[in-house]
Design a binder for this molecule. Structure first.
Ligand code: NAG
Length: 293
């Protein structure tokens, strides 16, 4: 073979490779979106979300005696915590990203403190309901009080103190955020990390959207489907916090951690109780080399 045909055939091989990879990625993304839509294309899931974000224990007479008060107002407590940490550290509160914003309760609570709040969710259905809430200020959400079709109508309202104009909701996969979305002073990831298809790439890339000195809050119950090692890398008895540290270390320092309880109602007589682990990360001024083994 002469040089020209070698160059030509390598060009063909490379082009085919690139095309195949692009096709694979496109297919993969489509599959990811399909699974996510399947999961939330369910009125009950939206109801749970709405109640979790906007409901109060007062509405659940059979549960309010047995659910601890500390588990109430999770989104409000998380928003206030983000606000006070930013104040302490001196982070400007211009733009905040609420990753996996769901029904938008946290976004609205954050709007009291931050000048611009961007809520993103991969589920079209929950984003649509959050947008409807923003637009009309209320949303009639049927609550399945005895499972199945037995429903009571529960009206959800945007909290009075929220500043609706500051909040926007985007339908987006955070594992492939667009660079056009700009930079944020603060990123909050509440009960979303373990649902991500590719949490490792999210954690490695999210630092690109935050300037040095900015903050990242991760609140999660670490209820992984298969195990954190499979998605974050690592082996043996590494637990999520140490794996988070490993993945985030090149760009972030761990500042603080605490527990934050919450509840999610399922029906009149059933609720899930959780105790989220909140870790607070600060964007480094200079990046350090990842310590790969
Ligand atoms: C936060 O959200 C909750 C639930 O929607 C609401 O009751 C509360 O008033 C909000 N508080 C603030 C300060 O935004």
């Amino acid at each position: 073979m002469d040089t020209t045909s070698i160059v030509l055939s390598s060009a063909v091989v490379i082009t085919t490779g690139v095309a195949a990879l692009a096709l694979y990625k496109w297919h993969h993304t489509r599959e990811v979106l399909k699974t996510y839509q399947d999961r939330y294309n369910d009125q009950k899931e939206i109801q749970r979300q709405m109640f979790h974000h906007y409901g109060s224990l007062e509405d659940l007479s059979l549960l309010r005696e047995i659910i601890p008060k500390e588990a109430e107002n999770y989104h409000l407590r998380l928003a206030q915590f983000c606000n006070s940490v930013c104040d302490e550290i001196g982070v400007p509160k211009t733009r905040v990203l609420d990753v996996g914003s769901g029904a938008g309760g946290l976004s609205f609570n954050l709007s009291v403190h931050f000048r611009e709040v961007v809520g993103t969710d991969i589920s079209y259905y929950v984003i649509a309901s959050a947008q409807q809430l923003k637009q009309f200020g209320e949303f009639g959400s049927p609550f399945s009080s005895e499972g199945g079709k037995h429903i009571i109508l529960h009206c959800v309202r945007v909290p009075d103190d929220a500043v609706k104009e500051r909040v926007v909701f985007w339908h987006e996969d955070v594992c492939a955020l667009l660079y056009t979305c700009g930079k944020f002073d603060c990123v909050v990831v509440s009960n979303t990390l373990t649902d991500m298809q590719d949490p490792k790439s999210f954690l490695s890339d999210i630092g690109d959207y935050v300037d040095a000195g900015g903050m990242l809050f991760i609140s999660d119950i670490y209820n992984w489907r298969d195990g954190p090692e499979e998605l974050l890398g690592g082996e043996g008895d590494c637990l999520t916090p140490s794996l988070l540290k490993k993945v985030l270390d090149p760009k972030w320092t761990l500042e603080e951690e605490k527990n934050m309880p919450f509840f999610v109602p399922r029906c009149r007589r059933l609720a899930e109780l959780g105790n989220a682990h909140v870790t607070v990360w600060k964007r480094r001024e200079t990046l350090v080399e990842p310590n790969e083994e």
